[in-house]
Design a protein around this ligand. Structure first.
Ligand code: MLT
Length: 410
């Protein structure tokens, strides 16, 4: 008799965004006249910039000719993309990487989940609360946790509350942990970590032989020049951190799919017998066995992001979203709401009015304003009483949503 992976049964609800989608669909079916504005999931709405689109088209045409046809590529990505990212995105930060330290993938969500493959189950894992749900749920799926308690905390995971009091920057764990997830700029709170803040984590990781999973999916949205874009801007981080990056939000690739992982050569963790072992080597072994690389046209399109024209056009789109963020932040602030984020990140994290629960506020906005956001409690118990709005909508919708909410709260 085939047995299932029982760990999946520990998962509480459905994955957050499909659950929101389900509720919105039910509302839309019952209210077909409602003009619903979706600022829930962080999904981009602007078309791909022309330079990227052109490279994408040309790469598809390459597949039509014997001379330029591309079959299997290198599992860890084509050199021309890896080198473009290193030159254009890391070098300006003062970070030098070897091509062998970067792995191109079909998206960061999968990378954040798959990385657990190369770590032992008995590692103690720390994650923020609230947090991008993938970090929590994939640890449950793989069997690192017990059941969830009534609040939603899974036994075996160390949760690091991110609250108004600590400005949504978690304190170092009080117990020893082996793996730490950090996401800056943060999804969902929009908080960013200063150099000093990141140094504290790097120092902790080095002292405890822990590994930091640094999710930098939103680094392109940083506007404050003093905020680091990469964990490797901090001395010592190459010895203790894996970094994840994504083209999804940076370049509008949520539907195209491309991401990358950096695992420095000098980063090691121990075998069960205590020997240091290269995580890069393990990830390469895993990648070459379980993955055949992101598709050739997608990688060509991704490489075009780093051409002068591609980058200028990409920046324009990022600026467009950040202007949306400003409109939401200032509009809702003016309406008397307490609002965070939206300055160095495309997410606005607001406090629900009158102490309303996150899901009650979700229902209120959906039914009274026909605006969809994401309930903070969906990101973890410390997100209760908060609500996330995404700045990735189109400008007219964003303006209209803010006006509807302002009017409703008057
Ligand atoms: C979000 O809305 O949090 C993100 O779009 C989810 C993701 O990037 O997978």
């Amino acid at each position: 008799m085939a047995l299932i992976n029982d760990n999946y049964l520990k998962l509480k609800a459905g994955y957050l965004f499909p659950e929101i989608g389900r509720r919105v669909r039910a509302f839309a079916e019952a209210n077909p006249q409602a003009k619903i504005i979706r600022l829930g999931i962080g999904d981009v709405t602007r078309p791909l910039p022309p330079a990227i689109l052109k490279a994408f088209h040309e790469a598809v045409d390459d597949l039509s000719r014997v001379e330029t046809f591309a079959g299997y590529g290198p599992e860890q990505g084509y050199d021309w993309l890896v080198n473009a990212v290193i030159e254009k995105s890391y070098k300006p930060l003062g970070v030098s990487l070897a091509a062998t330290e970067m792995f191109i993938s079909d998206g960061s969500k999968c990378d954040c989940a798959n990385i657990l493959d190369i770590f032992a189950l008995d590692n103690k894992v720390a994650i923020g609360d609230p947090v991008y749900p993938v970090y929590n749920d994939t640890n449950v799926m793989i069997g690192r946790t017990g059941e969830a308690d009534e609040k939603g905390y899974y036994k075996g995971i160390v949760y690091l509350p991110c609250t108004e009091e600590n400005h949504f920057i978690p304190a170092l764990p009080t117990e020893k942990v082996d793996i730490i997830y950090l996401c800056f700029p943060n999804n969902p709170t929009g908080a960013v970590a200063t150099r000093e803040e990141l140094k504290k984590w790097v120092d902790y990781a080095l002292a405890n032989e822990a590994v930091i999973f640094f999710d930098a999916a939103y680094e392109a949205f940083i506007t404050d020049p003093s905020i680091p874009h990469s964990i490797y801007e901090i001395d010592g981080a190459k010895k203790c951190a894996i970094e994840f990056r994504s083209f999804s939000k940076t370049a509008g690739f949520t539907g195209v799919r491309c991401g990358l992982v950096v695992i420095p050569e000098e980063l090691t963790a121990r075998t069960s017998s205590g020997e240091p072992y290269s995580l890069n080597k393990l990830w390469l072994r895993r990648t070459t066995t379980k993955f055949n690389g992101a598709s050739y046209p997608v990688q060509r399109a991704a490489a075009a992001v780093y051409t002068d024209e591609g980058w200028r056009q990409t920046r324009e789109v990022i600026d467009y979203y950040m202007e949306n963020a400003r409109i939401i932040r200032e509009g809702l602030n003016g309406a008397g709401l307490t609002v965070y984020g939206g300055v160095n990140a495309p997410y606005i994290w607001l406090k629900t009015p009158g102490g309303m629960s996150s899901w009650d506020f979700f229902d209120k906005l959906l039914t009274e304003c026909n605006v969809v956001g994401t309930p903070g409690s969906g990101f973890g118990p410390s997100g209760e009483g908060f609500f996330r709005l995404s700045a990735f909508g189109n400008r007219d919708n964003v303006g209209e949503a803010v006006e509807r909410i302002k009017k409703n709260l008057k």
